[in-house]
Ligand binder design. Structure first.
Ligand SMILES: Nc1ncnc2c1ncn2[C@@H]1O[C@H](COP(=O)(O)OP(=O)(O)OP(=O)(O)O)[C@@H](O)[C@H]1O
Length: 379
């Protein structure tokens, strides 16, 4: 009698062996970027994101001891025949050259690169917490009812915002001061959360050395208009000055604190006008320290803007390390002197540190519209 155990000595069941006679052995294998395929020491997993020129998957690193570690892999296809393929590959090579020499707790770690004729696979640490835009969107959704009640959008409370902001600011300080690199694409989508809660800056596709003097033909103006500094907006060439990163970081801070972008308008020329003149709505619901920091990060003249070290040393950021301390008019008045500016609050009549959640943006309280606050523009 034939039972299933009768086949145990065969590599395949008779049915599979029979069907295999009809399999076209010349049929192409699965593409290397498909789930389950192996590239170098990694097995491809599920798709977890899409970039401008890339697909991002989870991947599994197989170690000799049998342990499996999850990583992320950015897959960039070599588009045969595409005119700008060489340019994309050169830009990717440059991104890898810069990224692979960075090491900081708040910079997404680069792991490895594998180049096949069909694709380039860039492996890096996996951040399962998603990006900061999604994080804020979720926070906004969870406090939707209260924001609706107050008629405005809501950001994070300042302690929470500071915890995140200081990490990103530390990453930028590392890039500027230790590596002399400008990121040039700082935005909510490029800040990822590791499963341990740490926030990490990623996407070095537009990054460059501050001291590079020669003009590179591939160096194009890029990034998102909503985060773009006035000096970059005025310049036909991409700038390599750190002040532009500080401006973009200010946009991130504003979004953390308010749940909206400081410079936003569906009509692009009007948006450019706002940026060029450093015009944004003062978030009166925030503490005076936070507003002072924003004001000094949004100086329209790059030379007057805070440097990253001054951002980190600003009273609002330093509060994070003073456990249990809260904003006080006295400490602010003293500290603000260091930045040489009047805070413009007319002698404290604004109620420093008070949160008034005023209805500045009542028309934006609809959650469906919220993503528009974060709409970014490629240019
Ligand atoms: N290390 C990672 N861990 C988890 N998700 C990631 C990781 N890297 C990227 N992603 C996801 O993939 C998306 C696209 O990645 P990324 O922004 O790096 O691609 P890109 O090609 O550089 O895009 P862009 O067009 O913005 O330059 C991210 O928004 C994120 O959701």
């Amino acid at each position: 009698m034939v039972t299933s155990s009768s086949y145990s000595s065969l590599p395949y069941s008779p049915a599979v062996a029979f069907l295999s006679n009809f399999v076209d052995v010349t049929a192409p294998r699965m593409a290397p970027d498909e789930e389950g395929e192996q590239v170098g020491d990694f097995i491809m997993g599920k798709i977890i994101g899409h970039g401008g020129f890339s697909l991002v998957r989870e991947a599994f690193a197989i170690h000799l001891d049998g342990l499996v570690a999850s990583v992320a892999v950015k897959i960039v296809k070599a588009q045969t025949g595409a005119t700008d393929n060489d340019r994309i590959q050169r830009m990717l090579d440059k991104e890898i050259a810069i990224w692979s020499r960075l090491s900081h707790p708040n910079v997404l770690p680069f792991v490895a690169v594998e180049k096949l004729p069909s694709d380039t696979f860039v492996f890096c640490e996996l951040c399962t917490g998603g990006n900061l835009l999604d994080y804020l969107t979720k926070q906004e959704a969870s406090s939707y009812m209260s924001s609706r009640a107050s008629g405005g959008t809501v950001g994070l409370d300042e302690t929470h915002a500071r915890l995140i902001f200081n990490q990103i600011a530390e990453a930028v300080r590392y890039l500027h001061e230790e590596k002399r690199i400008v990121h040039r694409d700082i935005k909510l989508e490029n800040i990822l959360q590791h499963e341990d809660g740490t926030w990490k800056i990623c996407d070095f596709g537009l990054a460059d050395g501050m001291d590079v003097e020669v003009e590179e033909e591939d160096d194009v103006v890029g990034g998102s208009l909503a985060y773009c500094s006035p000096e970059q907006l005025r310049s036909p060439k991409p700038l390599r000055c750190p002040s532009t990163d500080v401006w973009s970081l200010g946009v991130v801070l504003y979004a953390l604190l308010t749940g909206r972008l400081p410079f936003q308008d569906e009509y692009e020329p009007r948006l450019q006008f706002q940026i060029l003149n450093g015009r944004y709505e003062d978030p009166t619901e925030c503490s005076a320290e936070a507003r002072d920091l924003l004001k000094n990060m949004f100086k329209a003249k790059a030379g007057e803007r805070l440097k990253i070290g001054q951002v980190i040393d600003h009273p609002w950021c330093i509060n994070a390390t003073l456990e249990g301390s809260s904003s006080s008019t006295a400490s602010m008045t003293t500290s603000f002197g260091g930045f040489g500016g009047s805070n413009g609050f007319g002698g404290g009549s604004n109620g420093f540190g008070e949160s008034n959640n005023s209805n500045n943006n009542g028309n934006h309280s609809d959650h469906a519209k919220m993503n528009n606050f974060f709409a970014t523009f490629r240019f």
